[in-house]
Design a protein around this ligand. Sequence first.
Ligand code: UDP
Length: 398
Amino acid sequence: MRITVVSVHGCPCIQPGGTDAGGMNVYVREVYERMARLGHVVRVYARWHPDAIYDGSCRCYELVHIPVGAVNTPKENIPELLPEFVAAVKADAEDSLTKFDLIASHYWLSGVVGVELAKSWGIPHVTSFHTLAAIKRQVRPEEDEPEIRFVNERRIARSADGIVAWTDGESEFLVSQLAATRDAISIIPPGVDADFFNAGPDTKNNDGIRRILYVGRLDALKGIDLLIDAFAIIARLGIDAQLRIVGGGTAEEYRRVLGRISKLRLDRHVKMDGVLHQTELPSVYSDAACIVAPSFHETFGLAVLEAAACGTPAVAADVDGLRSIVVDRETGYLIPERDPALYADKIIALLENDELRKSMSSSARRRAESLTWDHAVDNLIGVYRRAVNAYRAVPVLR
Ligand code: UDP
């Protein structure tokens, strides 16, 4: 197949873990690298941006940076650049004389582009939302998204030839709230590279420090305050452990998190690493007694799955995406309420009970081995092929 991938602000060569780059960037990189290695022609279109990484020669797919808008245009101003983005993609595809079979889009900004390109090229469009404004509104009403996003997510959900969702919950939401057709949706969870994320013999520090780990963007939806409050309970009980926070955010959010840590007099017990390159993460995961994910919502939660692959159990919020990774009381704990005491209780259990931690560690690894990128890519290729065949059999009247 010849696949055009549109990932307007989720370029696979941006370092994940900072303000505006995370699981989606990793997803695009891992999925399309594999598809290209399997022999498919893959061209990824992303908007240009500062600070490219992974831009080496080992990449198998083509990556085209579209120079529309200023290089560092903030995300909220990207919608107005989309018509120009569409025109630039069309010009590039015409220049290269490539005739694509399918458009895959990631996130609503790319969905808007995907709808236009599909109409113009007469090929099917398969989209993934990654996050939905209507779900964000439900879980964090105080941080509303612009109306243009709501309108377009509905439009994309109804017009795409296929939608790839990660979980049953996301699929139900798309049908009930965005009027998507159930038949258009395929549920394919993302994956992990279980060879790369693996607790090898050299991955532990062996420095005697017991670590509680957070890995993710410092974003309100991730609910880090709850973890800091749980850690304060643990510290007050005199239990010796370190809270390690990996990931970045805006300078303002970083300061706010540091302020909360100081206010609770936890400075000596907390280590904030900032953003780390993924190559550093296997040892960071392996070295922790548990990873904690107190998110208000997760579409999936790659960091928790990567930790599981390294044999690190999770203490996670009982929300959609995390529920599809963590098996409660087997690979970690799912916490039903946003109560720091409940989190502290389970974190302490994992810190203090070696047998429990070892048993959950083995189960977590097994769970991760069943959710690999290779498996996800096999299923995605099946969805793409079916979309292409169905479109050719009955071209949709647009
Ligand atoms: N990540 C990273 N460096 C960091 C923090 C995170 O490379 O300092 C990566 C992490 O390995 C994972 C991704 O960023 O693959 C975060 O994905 P997740 O689904 O957990 O969260 P999202 O960003 O999608 O909300």
